[in-house]
Design a protein around this ligand. Structure first.
Ligand SMILES: Cc1cc2nc3c(=O)[nH]c(=O)nc-3n(C[C@H](O)[C@H](O)[C@H](O)COP(=O)(O)OP(=O)(O)OC[C@H]3O[C@@H](n4cnc5c(N)ncnc54)[C@H](O)[C@@H]3O)c2cc1C
Length: 322
């Protein structure tokens, strides 16, 4: 194929999209302001869990597709993806989430509920060690002939001046706010704490509707990710010590083994929140920009479904059949 496609962004959306394109024979270059390890995606927990993202139709379709893809990847130890069993619980009565059948969730028995919780559901789903997973995607991109380089674009006009190709894919996450520009996109800051794993094998997530704070425990092999926060409008990427202490304390109330677990690091990321994901084509001169950003708190959960559809769109634009 003669035409090269530029993908802006090396978070989970940009890398997954680039892998989908490269593995279908498209010549792809990823251009990114930050290394994959320094993106919001690297800071994520991360579990398959459609959270803080709309519209429902896309979320339903893409989360289903991604569940299948991540489940397949869990066979490969190097991918950083594992299937983990655990529970989501609520302090007030509420219904099972709409996606419960996808993961075979069943209602918790009363002895599975943590004191203070009145309902919950048990299931198995992908838990993703994001720094490892992004490295896996970057390797896969390279193996399929894709390239990556560091560069920050100030505006889309700069992109088109430098790269007047037929198609550009915009996976800039919160960066799209100034790049596009798109004032409807706003950051929802998330902080979490990574501790040494004191023997936790199951995930836990407080899913109480309207709860003031997020509480989740995602076990990886040697570490556990403890969450978290969701602070709309904050661009602050520095971890806050008091917040970190409160996160550990809240998680230790759920599982006391966490109280003395050694803290390895604190991570902060900015969820790209928008009233709805922007997934559409925009014609700018001779170039079509395919926007794919605004995945809120569910980028990992939607990544393969969205990446594959973006690749279909690009192939159509390059006049090839998908
Ligand atoms: C604490 C926390 C926990 C989370 N947990 C989960 C979870 O459990 N499950 C889940 O599904 N999701 C989770 N999320 C949400 C998920 O992390 C995001 O939805 C996802 O990372 C968004 O990916 P992205 O690739 O769009 O953006 P990013 O990861 O932010 O990547 C954007 C990329 O674009 C590049 N870029 C931006 N602007 C420019 C520019 N002008 N020029 C060049 N490059 C540019 C950046 O350098 C970067 O490479 C969590 C988020 C946080 C913060």
């Amino acid at each position: 194929m003669a035409d090269s496609v530029l993908v802006i962004g090396a978070g989970v959306m940009g890398l997954t999209t680039a892998v989908c394109l490269a593995e279908r024979g498209v010549d792809v270059e990823v251009v990114t302001g930050r290394e994959p390890a320094a993106t919001t995606s690297a800071a994520a927990g991360a579990m398959w869990d459609p959270y803080l993202v709309r519209p429902a139709g896309l979320v339903e379709r893409w989360s289903r597709d991604t569940l299948g893809a991540l489940t397949g990847l869990s066979d490969d130890e190097d991918s950083g993806v594992r299937l983990v069993e655990g529970t989501q619980q609520s302090r007030i009565p509420c219904d099972l989430p709409v996606w419960a059948p996808l993961v075979g969730a069943r209602q918790c028995t009363s002895d599975e509920l943590v004191p203070g919780f009145v309902t919950g559901w048990r299931y198995r789903a992908p838990v993703v060690d994001m720094p490892r997973y992004l490295a896996h995607l970057a390797r896969r991109l390279r193996d399929a002939g894709g390239r990556m380089r560091r560069h920050h674009y100030d505006t889309l006009a700069d992109v088109l001046r430098e790269r007047p190709g037929p198609v550009v894919v915009n996976c800039a996450g919160t960066g799209a706010r100034s790049l596009v520009p798109d004032p409807s996109l706003e950051p929802v800051r998330g902080q979490l704490v990574v501790v040494e794993n004191p023997g936790i094998r199951e995930f836990f997530c407080d899913d109480t509707p309207g709860a003031e704070s997020l509480v989740y425990i995602y076990p990886h092999v040697d570490t556990v990710v403890l969450g978290g926060t969701a602070e709309p409008g904050s661009w602050d990427t520095d971890p806050d010590g008091d917040t970190a202490r409160r996160i550990v304390q809240r998680c230790a109330e759920i599982d006391p083994r966490l109280a003395d677990a050694r803290v390895i690091e604190c991570r902060v990321g900015l969820r790209p929140a928008r009233p709805e994901i922007r997934f559409e084509e925009e014609r700018l001169g001779t170039t079509t920009v395919v926007h794919s950003y605004g995945h809120g708190g569910g980028g990992v959960t939607l990544s393969w479904g969205c990446g594959r559809e973006t690749a279909d769109t690009v192939l159509r634009l390059l006049s090839l059949t998908p």
